[in-house]
Ligand binder design. Structure first.
Ligand SMILES: [Zn+2]
Length: 388
């Protein structure tokens, strides 16, 4: 399993104050890192092998190919179902500890962009005949370590599961626009490809390209600068927590108040939108802070179709809509004030109900070390994003 791990911790930190007294302060902290885990997908009780003990990304992995394996290898039956694998991942995430000297009020975690793969790990398997009868020797085919298990060779032979593996030969998709046939920009890791000729956006789904509707926010063009357009998923959502429901902006600003008073009647008519960054991120904290700031502001953009202006650049989309919905939870915690008890109580059990999702590119202007969003003038450090 691989993905990106996010954890928001809310709590109280105790410290020594003057004259030997003690005091505490509320705090919140974001942790994030890449997440890789491997779990045995077969019954390892007789193998003496609790885990492979290696990080799958450190080894060269090839696509499963039964033909290339030939007829000699025996395949061990997969006995751990996918659902159980998902549970194992969840438990391993929940068991992550926190530091001493602090009271934890609330810990929230999200795994974003989870990808599950079934890996086949090679062992050499020798059937030995001796005076005491038959035995078997298993050797890790990568490290050449002898595995101290008690597996019987007949148990493996009696599991002819080779034909049950869902195996499809690799198929290659042409890297061209299905609409006009133009080659896509050579960014094979981008999730969504925007055709430079007809400006349509495409995403691969189940071996086919599916059209992705999108909009571009209008920039203030009077300054005559060239704009850099960064992609966001704008997710319209209701926040539900127990009996409480937050659907309109009026309700939203009760949870996440702004210093400025706004027209209540207009806010009752507007929905809550989450702006989830879809571009490639280098500095998670800086981008998270920016996105939380943008979402708290709930700006209204003038949206158009992409005009295809030569000097404007649409940056790549690295986050799918599904991953963006997971990321929206991280934003919800990011917006939550560490000293605001009512908001924390709501957020603790909150669920997001998404009613709409739209890919939206927002225009940024380069100013020194910052990129500034055209309408809000919110700034994002250039080195927080991967612009290539
Ligand atoms: Zn095209």
């Amino acid at each position: 399993m691989s993905g990106m791990f996010f954890q928001w911790i809310f709590g109280r930190e105790h410290y020594k104050a003057s004259y030997g007294t003690s005091a505490w302060e509320s705090f919140k902290k974001l942790r994030s890192n890449l997440w890789f885990r491997t779990f045995p997908a077969f019954d390892t009780s007789k193998w003496g092998l609790p885990s492979i003990g290696l990080r799958a990304q450190a080894v060269k992995v090839l696509p499963f190919n039964k033909q290339r394996m030939g007829s000699d290898p025996l395949l061990v039956r997969q006995t751990v179902p996918f659902k159980e694998a998902v549970n194992l991942v969840r438990h391993s995430v929940e068991s992550i500890g926190t530091a001493d000297g602090i009271d934890i009020e609330m810990v929230k975690f999200e795994l974003v962009g989870e990808r599950y793969s079934l890996l086949f790990f090679p062992f050499y398997c020798y059937a030995l005949k001796g005076s005491k009868g038959k035995s078997m020797l298993l050797v890790d085919a990568l490290s050449h370590k002898v595995i101290k298990g008690t597996v019987d060779v007949d148990e493996i032979k009696g599991n002819p599961v080779g034909d049950k593996i869902p195996y499809r030969p690799l198929r290659f998709l042409p890297f061209t626009c299905p609409n006009c046939g133009r080659d896509f920009p050579l960014k094979p890791h981008a999730k969504i490809h925007v055709c430079e000729s007809c400006a349509q956006a495409w995403q691969e789904q189940g071996g086919e390209y599916v059209s992705v509707p999108y909009r571009v926010a209008a920039a203030d063009d009077s300054s005559g600068v060239s704009w850099k357009y960064l992609p966001f998923w704008r997710l319209t959502a209701a926040i539900k927590s127990g009996q409480a429901q937050y659907r309109t902006l009026k309700e939203f600003f009760e949870l996440f108040p702004l210093p400025r008073v706004m027209d209540g009647d207009a806010l009752k008519k507007r929905n809550i939108c989450f702006y989830v960054p879809a571009f490639r991120i280098r500095d998670v904290r800086a981008v998270d802070k920016f996105a939380a700031q943008l979402t708290r502001k709930q700006p209204q953009f003038t949206e158009t179709a992409f005009s295809g202006n030569e000097q404007d650049v649409l940056y790549d989309v690295w986050l799918s809509m599904k991953d963006a919905k997971e990321m929206a939870y991280v934003l919800l915690y990011s917006m939550t004030n560490k000293d605001h008890k009512k908001t924390k109580d709501i957020v603790r059990d909150a669920e997001l109900h998404f009613v709409n999702a739209r890919l939206l590119w927002l225009p940024f202007m380069e100013k020194g070390i910052y990129l500034r969003e055209s309408q809000t003038d919110f700034a994002l450090q250039k080195n927080a994003i991967e612009l290539d």
